[in-house]
Design a protein around this ligand. Sequence first.
Ligand SMILES: [Fe+2]
Length: 157
Amino acid sequence: MKVLTRHVVEGESRTKTIAALQACLTDLVDLALQGKQAHWNVVGPNFRSVHLQLDEIIALVRDASDAVAERIVTLSDPADGRAATVAKNSRLEPYPEGLQSVSDTVTHIADRLMTAIQGLRDGIETVGDLDPISEDLLIAQASGLEKYLWMVQAQEG
Ligand SMILES: [Fe+2]
């Protein structure tokens, strides 16, 4: 296994920052997968707008996961986005199986966005004193997800 030896953040600050970033990465990869599950299986009135909105959210979440993963590697550790790691460590509730009504889909996605946002906010707090660049990166991702949380939960009946 290759090792990157020049560290822009050193010591315990580095390991703690990477752990916080990795926890967020795991949630974000899961959120993108769950978003597709929701996109495929939503049924009912207003199907189309929720179906299409989910793909917008997935695009944003995938970009967020890419930014977080690449920050981990910038700090000279490998990013772990493997399915087995995500299944084991994601903090999101698993998505229910089967077809889901529009209203249930909106609630499921709002709940999971909230969990991922809370994870990002916890990460922001953790890395705040350790690495301001990682803090700034997590703030940017949280900002995008929070806007979508607004637009999703605004549709709840
Ligand atoms: Fe699609």
